[in-house]
Design a protein around this ligand. Structure first.
Ligand code: PLP
Length: 400
């Protein structure tokens, strides 16, 4: 029997991907070149949004999204404890306060009821926004979240890092793709190698708002604006000491730094890889769904199974999660058999950093109950049928 290592997730790099990167390396632009816009346009088309802004990673995407919505000291923002910590940290980067609300134990995503309960426990106008997460690739019902956000005057940053290609069906039977910008103010994606599309490090923000798009473009590059219509200095200041009234055009070198931004740019060789990866994204998503269906059928009805991702329409299956008896035992047994399952996630509110801010174990019972028994199984497009059988059989051996 093949005994190679099976991780929980991994990138899929094809020969075309390699050629695309090499071809960029031989071109004029390693960064700030034409491939960035091409990647953004193609990504926006895939996701269904008007605009997309490529950035250096998913965390930078979250940071810029929070900045663009003016999160600052005293801002109060709600998110889920069952996420990668960056979903919450982006609020802290801007000096705002993070408020966690519990998850729905069936979908593992932020419970809209716990969010509303939290909102109602504070004075009117206390909260400024919500960061729900399409956790594991499950598309949250953003129609319901939008209605809640509008009721309490909140913005929504959708953390769609797990969910490119995922969708839910709204009350008008319209297929709403994660990140299409119809129901969130902005959505963020990551191109870390374990995610659907890999560029090494990389991220994207999608939005349908021109105003937010322009802000993001400037914040990504130091807060610099290069657009004569937007300059606030005078032409005399722009030209300098040799200015006279006959000079009516802005000098070619001129630009303005209008606010404090960052260098959160993606490189062109990463964009080259992203464009090439994106071309296979739909196909890879189908493979993930087939793997999910096979897991679901293999585990259904097993008495050690407490819950699982199952087969849900529109799910993007970044992760396939099972909730089991003796999770630690199973994790170690799989590891002995070179199958590296993983746990997503240690609840953010139990991290010492958030405990120092006032949270404690016991605060979010559904999240903690989930954490106590969850395990993410190998899930990536190049996982072969034989490898998946090995995972399924090893789990069966452990329990039988
Ligand atoms: C991966 C991930 C991020 C952060 O993305 P990076 O590209 O690693 O910075 C944020 N949120 C979620 C839910 C993620 O899975």
């Amino acid at each position: 029997m093949d005994n190679s290592i099976i991780p929980y997730g991994r990138q899929f790099i094809s020969e075309e991907d390699i050629q695309a990167v090499i071809s960029n390396l031989k071109s004029d632009y390693l960064t700030q070149g034409p491939l960035i816009k091409e990647f953004e346009d193609k990504f926006a088309e895939y996701i269904g949004s008007k605009y997309a802004v490529a950035v250096s990673n998913g965390t930078a995407a979250l940071h810029l999204a929070a900045m663009a919505l003016n999160v600052s000291e005293g801002s109060n923002v709600i998110t889920t404890p069952i996420t990668f910590v960056a979903s919450a940290n982006c609020v802290r980067f801007c000096g705002g306060n993070v408020w966690f609300a519990d998850i729905d134990p069936h979908t593992y995503t932020l419970s809209i009821e716990s969010v509303e309960e939290l909102i109602l426990s504070k004075p009117k106008g206390f909260f400024s926004g919500i960061i729900p997460v399409d956790f594991a690739g499950y598309a949250i019902d953003l129609e319901k979240f939008r209605a809640l956000a509008d009721k309490y005057n909140l913005w929504i940053i959708e953390d769609a890092c797990h969910a490119p290609g995922a969708y839910f069906i709204d009350s008008n039977q319209v297929n709403q793709r994660c990140g299409n910008g119809n129901l969130s103010d902005m959505s963020v994606f990551s191109f870390h190698p374990v995610k659907h599309i890999a560029t090494g490090e990389g991220g994207m923000i999608t939005t349908n708002s021109l105003e937010l798009y322009q802000k993001l473009m400037s914040l990504r590059t130091h807060g610099i604006v290069k657009n004569e219509g937007a300059y606030t200095n005078t032409l005399a200041e722009a030209i300098g000491h040799q200015y006279n009234e006959t000079q009516v055009t802005w000098p070619g070198w001129y630009m303005e730094m209008q606010q404090l931004g960052y260098n959160y740019r993606l490189t062109d060789f990463q964009a080259a890889l992203g464009i090439s990866q994106l071309a296979r994204a739909a196909e890879n998503l189908e493979r993930r769904k087939a793997i999910a269906l096979k897991y679901k059928e293999a585990f259904e009805g097993k008495k050690w199974l407490k819950g699982q991702s199952g087969f849900v329409e529109g799910h993007a299956y970044h992760l396939y999660i099972i909730e089991v008896e003796n999770r630690l035992g199973l994790y170690n047994y799989l590891k002995e058999h070179k199958i590296f399952a993983q746990v997503h996630y240690i609840p953010a509110h139990t991290m010492p950093y958030y405990k120092d801010l006032g949270y404690k174990s016991g605060d979010f019972p559904a999240s903690e109950a989930y954490y106590g028994q969850c395990l993410s199984l190998p899930m990536y497009p190049t996982l072969t049928d034989a490898e998946q059988d090995r995972v399924i059989n090893t789990i069966a051996h452990f329990y039988e």
